[in-house]
Design a protein around this ligand. Structure first.
Ligand code: NIG
Ligand code: FE
Length: 420
């Protein structure tokens, strides 16, 4: 049993499902807080630091267990970030494309010239799973040091059974060998590889890749967009994935409006991601959906030099919005959730409270983890981050800098300063 006490202020959303619309602003704020963590890494009690009360709650269930006390030195605590959209297993890099975009070429033009996803596919096909793991581990460890404690990782740069397997293997090795908790997604339908037609590749995904790889990934994702996969192809692939017991998430309405949001809702997807071009009808569909989170990736918009997703319209329209990095070698080369938080506030006019919910509880809901992750409350995992900041607003305000002091995962310090 461990008691983290002397937390200047603890900020957290509350709930076991995504928060929608106006509810996204409702953040609990506890001054002089303490968190009591059980030996299983779950929160036993949390609240203002009244020593007897927190101790008593512990003693109700256990015989006089010794409690290790940890002084949080007046730092601010927030739930660990949930980065619910990353492509962070890959090989090599594509910095030349970044410069070409700065010179005015578009993402689609570069893809047509043979760059884009296919360039990463070439690099991945030349690498071993171990090399991919070593390369990707560095991004994951830096993400952890910047406050991310749960991360989704997609495949999608292999585009063949064996190469997609290497990526999913690297992702599961990351889960085993780093402190990051990982949720895996299979994204075989990220692009059509060279030497095969679009329709043949869709068939190959449904009849070969999905049956071979479904047990390595919890979710199936499809890049449904102009020039990538159509609505019909997306439905075909996701139906096959669902039959194998997989859950769905979609890349939707990123480059063009193709009814991506509505399709995600129809498929019962846990999230519809990007939404740079989402239509008003798409926003209505998301607002009415049972559990489809609108996941916004503002670093991608920044990097592609396109307007941000309409976060205000989505939130004011009653949707549940999450934010994530989209960490990938092409359109969003960063693993920094703090910077995404800043972009949500500056670029998408989200309030710091909305951005906090989007970066934690709603991200957890997008990964079907809201029961256990994404907020600091009893019985949830004790994943939190201590910052040397005076208040929540300071986090997005201190642009592109990190004030993280310690990152705590399941009640243990896994990055930053050891506390005592
Ligand atoms: O989320 N949109 C599709 N996939 C990635 C980009 C992948 C790449 O360019 O390598 C994205 O932006
Ligand atoms: Fe993506």
């Amino acid at each position: 049993m461990r008691l983290f006490y002397n937390i200047r202020t603890l900020y957290t959303p509350l709930g076991r499902t995504a928060l929608r619309g106006g509810k996204m602003r409702e953040i609990a704020e506890i001054d002089n807080a303490a968190i009591l963590v059980g030996d299983d890494g779950r929160i036993v009690n949390i609240g203002p630091f009244v020593e007897e009360e927190l101790h008593l709650a512990a003693f109700k269930t256990e015989e006089q267990l010794p409690i290790e006390t940890i002084d949080c030195r007046g730092l601010v605590a927030l739930p660990g970030f949930v980065d619910s959209h990353t492509h962070c297993v890959f090989a090599g890099e594509r910095s030349k494309e970044f410069t070409m975009r700065a010179e005015g070429r578009s993402y689609q033009e570069i893809a047509r010239m043979g760059g884009g996803i296919r360039e990463s596919v070439r690099q991945v096909r030349e690498a071993s799973s171990e090399e991919i793991f070593q390369h990707s581990k560095r991004f994951v460890e830096r993400a952890l040091a910047l406050g991310t404690t749960l991360m989704e990782i997609k495949s999608g740069y292999g585009l063949s059974t064996e190469d997609e397997r290497k990526l999913l293997q690297a992702a599961s090795q990351i889960a085993e060998e780093t402190a990051m908790e990982v949720v895996t997604t299979y994204l075989g339908a990220h692009a059509v590889p060279n030497g095969i037609s679009q329709s043949e590749y869709v068939r190959e995904v449904c009849t070969n890749q999905l049956p071979a790889l479904h047990s390595m990934a919890e979710f199936c994702d499809v890049f449904m967009d102009e020039g990538y996969f159509t609505k019909e192809e997306t439905i075909e692939i996701c139906t096959a994935a669902k039959k194998l017991g997989m859950k769905i998430r979609l890349h939707a309405d990123e480059l063009a409006e193709t009814n991506g949001a509505q399709t995600a809702v129809e498929l019962g997807a846990f999230s519809a991601d990007h939404l740079l071009k989402v239509s008003d009808a798409g926003i209505v569909a998301l607002a009415k959906s049972e559990h489809t989170v609108a996941t916004l990736l503002p670093m991608t918009a920044l990097s592609l030099r396109t307007p941000y997703a309409p976060a205000r319209k989505l939130i004011d329209g009653g949707c549940a919005v999450a934010i994530a990095t989209d960490c990938n070698p092409g359109s969003s080369m960063s693993e920094n959730m703090q910077f995404v938080f800043t972009l949500a506030v500056i670029g998408m006019q989200m309030s710091p409270e909305e951005a906090l919910t989007a970066a934690t509880l709603n991200g957890a809901a997008a990964l079907d983890r809201a029961e256990t992750h994404g907020s600091l409350e009893r019985n949830k995992v004790a994943d939190f981050v201590l910052y040397d900041i005076p208040r929540l607003e300071y986090l997005p305000y201190h642009i592109a800098m990190s004030d993280v002091v310690s990152v705590i995962k399941h009640g243990e310090v896994v990055a930053g300063e050891r506390l005592s």
